[in-house]
Design a protein around this ligand. Sequence first.
Ligand code: FPP
Length: 241
Amino acid sequence: MLELKKKKSQASSVNAEGRLRHIAFIMDGNGRWAKKQGMPRTYGHVAGAKNFKKIIEYCGSIGIGAVTVYAFSTENWKRPADEVKTIMSLFRDYLDEAEKNWREKDIQIHFLGSKEVFPPELRSRMERLEQESADRRQILNIAVNYGGRADIVHAVNTLIAQGKTEVTEADITASLYTAASPAPDLIVRTGAEQRLSNFLLWEAAYAEFYFSEVLWPDFDERQVDLAVNEFYQRKRRFGGL
Ligand code: FPP
């Protein structure tokens, strides 16, 4: 019954053609959203984390097989200590939740970025979740302590450690943190800024971009539909004619 319901909503959804296989979000604007309401920036991250859960669920319901979110960059450590602490605590909360329900939600989880900065206990929880959920259907990539350049360097060093003296594009693609996902079809940035901020630099080569003025906590299902509709208006040529 549940499966039937899912299939039905997928068929009538904005992604009925199924060409959008991987969507990635730069979840920008949490701080400004909070400020607008006279609240501290951390309040915006709490609302942002709540929205992240809603949006990944919705993307799954419209048949998008892979979702990537930019939760914390290698540069975000420079933010005030209380803000870093809040984001890390929201991340821990999500880990708690994911450990409980990844089976039921059918989610395959990957963490993009080096785990070395995290305490050993957190690191082993992240690794365990990745291993245990590996056979699930919908891919969820959470970029934490992530940088696109660092990912490319990490991939090349992995290949060198394997004894390679020359590498191909396919070698690098297969050694990135996103190796399990198809290349992103659509990269969405909320919060009115129009830049990549060191996100998916290699993978973005042929991605479509969608920039929204809406701040992340307000970016709801209707906003996702607008982005997906826009994606289907684009003519993708991948360098051909
Ligand atoms: C950018 O908004 C947002 C971040 C740097 C953090 C995003 C984190 C979350 C949505 C919550 C934690 C995530 C998970 C996966 C549990 P900003 O702070 O730069 O906003 P601003 O541009 O308005 O200042």
